[in-house]
Write a protein that binds this ligand. Structure first.
Ligand SMILES: [Zn+2]
Length: 226
């Protein structure tokens, strides 16, 4: 994967799509100010910014009104020069893009939104746009991975995740990254189009981890099409 890094921002560009996420060089608190800083560093212009008030839900929105903050955990847009933004510290940022169909999306994926069906909702909502899923891409950003995503024993009762729970030394771990890959591939994504940074927010000290640090700071993830 061609992930580049510049002054605190990991980024990736393909055709007209630019996406990325910040490290601890950013606090991830003052979102509009920090997005401008990211834009300065990477040298891009944008016309609008869409953010979420994240509530660990299955709600996703088509972002198109100016200045709105949506209560939910996923955004998508067909507009050019609109930055979609989410904040995370352990949950996985998921970047969806189909540059042929001019659609980009961004999700805040913890186990709750996954369990409540946020991905199902997304695929239902984009159904009417006739997106070519076999020519779409997904990138999985930094978050808790199977090495560190310990879950309580009751979790094995969630049949939903049953193939993605690992047992090590009487402890249980959720492999949310593999769950996500499977969800997209079973809906028609090519395996090679599901790109994984494999970054673990807990293992890698340059990312915020709520579980490790109880921090209020966040990784900022963004996507836009130009
Ligand atoms: Zn880890």
């Amino acid at each position: 994967m061609r992930l580049s890094y510049k002054k605190g921002v990991y980024f990736f560009e393909e055709e007209n799509v630019l996406l990325g996420f910040t490290d601890k060089s950013f606090l991830g608190v003052n979102v509009s100010k920090e997005v401008k800083k990211v834009a300065d560093i990477l040298g891009f212009d944008f016309k609008a910014l869409s953010c979420l008030k994240q509530i660990h839900s299955s709600k996703i929105f088509r972002a198109r009104d100016s200045g709105d903050i949506y209560s939910g955990d996923g955004l998508f847009t067909l507009e050019k020069l609109r930055v979609l933004l989410i904040r995370t510290a352990d949950c996985l940022p998921l970047f969806f893009y189909s540059y042929k169909d001019n659609l980009v999306g961004l999700f805040h994926l913890g186990w709750k939104p996954a369990y409540k069906g946020i991905l199902e909702n997304f695929f239902n909502k984009i159904g009417k746009f006739k997106i070519e899923l076999e020519n779409s891409y997904l990138l999985i950003g930094p978050g808790l991975r199977k090495c560190c995503f310990e879950v309580k024993r009751d979790f094995i009762g969630f049949n939903f995740f049953k193939n993605f729970i690992l047992k090590r030394k009487e402890k249980y771990f959720l492999d949310l990254g593999s769950f996500v890959k499977n969800e997209f591939i079973k809906r028609g994504f090519k395996e090679k189009n599901v790109l994984d940074t494999r970054f673990c927010s807990y293992c890698l000290e340059n990312f915020y981890s709520f579980r490790r640090d109880r921090t209020q700071n966040r990784t900022l993830s963004f996507i836009l099409q130009r």
